[in-house]
Design a protein around this ligand. Structure first.
Ligand code: ADP
Ligand code: MG
Length: 372
């Protein structure tokens, strides 16, 4: 496992990630509906997975059931194939990091980081080596003797991160750990988390309500909605092939049209748009109504020239044209229903004027047909 480029310090913090498996996991507080209901999920060893979803959708509760901080009402949590559903948190030996980093204020950086090792009765020499290795990993070498209050918020969160991985946990559970930081610091720490994930090799489960953060960080995203899993996939899969209106709207900008599905087309009022099979989400064929999703960057403008044959299109009136650096954003309203449409035009494409009546069109392969 260790290679020529890996220093002894680095190899000492490397571990093999735990496979996490949830089966029918439910948390019921006896309220209107369960906080989490019937979650099935497989997280591969060493994967970086994000739990994404709006506030109250069950992300933290699910994470806490993996951690053992919350009991399961029903279902099974397994780590590497071993049922740990009824094992207390400390016996699961997982790393945890939260938004409020809760460092011991009277302890130095080194003492804070060493704490989990002391608790585990690790020998002095090994503690010294491990602490040095993780502080190097989070780029705080030289600050061993500082007290938390002498550090910035970002540095304090790095100390907390170092403390959460110093005992080589095979999985690290992170609940909105960057939530308290400002935008620039957040972006910097996101990059560091990616690097640290690569270097330590353990499984990361990262809770966030920020879709951009989930997209940049994760190998896969688990999208939560009202206590259940809406869809699981790579960031690209979720963006390009959402299965539901909720997923389409939660990840990225989208134009959505309520349509009636047909055999090889969808009807939008008088219009019939072709429906290519690979763009049709599961469940649409049986649904009474569906939505066509078109990302703004897939919209094209037809000025005076006709729209290409067999292509879905819609008539709009241009409301606003914004120049946004690398592209132009056209904001328009459909002429028949007055619905808001946005199109992102690449530089070089002819710009419509405000007030123009134009047609927007898109390739049938670039649309997605989803269930409500
Ligand atoms: P998220 O982390 O996605 O914001 P949570 O997992 O914290 O969501 O909450 C999911 C649902 O469970 C919410 O409706 C919340 O109000 C409810 N909930 C969470 N913890 C408790 C609790 N201890 N008692 C009762 N309801 C709870
Ligand atoms: Mg939460």
């Amino acid at each position: 496992m260790s290679t020529a480029t890996q220093s002894p310090e680095t190899s000492s913090i490397r571990t093999e990630g735990t496979h996490i498996s949830l089966s029918g996991v439910t948390k019921d507080y006896g309220l209107e509906r369960p906080a989490v209901a019937d979650v099935d999920l497989e997280i591969g060893g060493g994967e970086f997975v994000s739990f994404l979803g709006p506030s109250g959708s069950g992300k933290t509760t699910t994470l806490n059931m993996i951690a053992g901080l919350e009991t399961v009402t029903r279902g099974t949590v397994s780590l590497d194939g071993v049922d740990v559903s009824h094992l207390p948190a400390y016996k699961r030996n997982l790393g945890m990091l939260f938004q409020n980093y809760a460092l011991f204020p009277h302890m130095t950086v080194a003492q804070n980081v060493a704490y989990p090792l002391r608790e585990r009765k690790v020998g002095r020499a090994q503690i010294k080596e491990r602490v040095a290795a993780v502080l190097e990993l989070v780029q705080l070498t030289g600050r061993e003797a500082a007290l938390p209050k002498q550090l910035s918020g970002g540095q304090q969160q790095r100390v907390a991160l170092a403390r959460s991985i110093v005992f080589n946990p095979r999985a690290l559970l992170l609940d909105e750990p960057l939530g308290a930081l400002d935008k620039n610091l957040r972006a910097a720490l996101q990059l560091e988390l990616r690097r640290i994930h690569r270097e330590v090799g353990s499984t990361f489960v990262f809770v966030t309500h920020d879709q951009e953060e989930a997209m940049t960080l994760s190998d896969r995203i688990v999208l939560f909605r009202e206590g259940g899993v809406e869809q699981v996939g790579t960031p690209e899969e979720l963006y390009e092939r959402p299965n539901t209106l909720f997923a389409a709207r939660f990840l990225g900008d989208s134009n959505t049209f309520r349509v009636t599905p047909g055999a090889d087309h969808v009807s939008y009022g008088e219009l019939a748009w072709p429906a290519v099979p690979e763009t049709v989400a599961p469940g649409v064929a049986e649904a009474k109504s569906a939505y066509v999703v078109v990302r703004p960057e897939h919209m094209q403008v037809a000025h005076d020239e006709p729209v290409p044959a067999g292509t879905p299109s819609i008539s709009v009136r241009v409301h606003d044209v914004e120049y946004v650096g690398s592209f132009q954003r056209v904001v328009a309203r459909t002429t028949d229903r007055d619905e808001l449409i946005t199109a992102k035009l690449s530089p070089g494409s002819a710009t419509p004027d405000v007030g123009d009546e134009i047609k927007l069109w898109w390739r049938p392969q670039s649309q997605r047909i989803v269930i409500p």
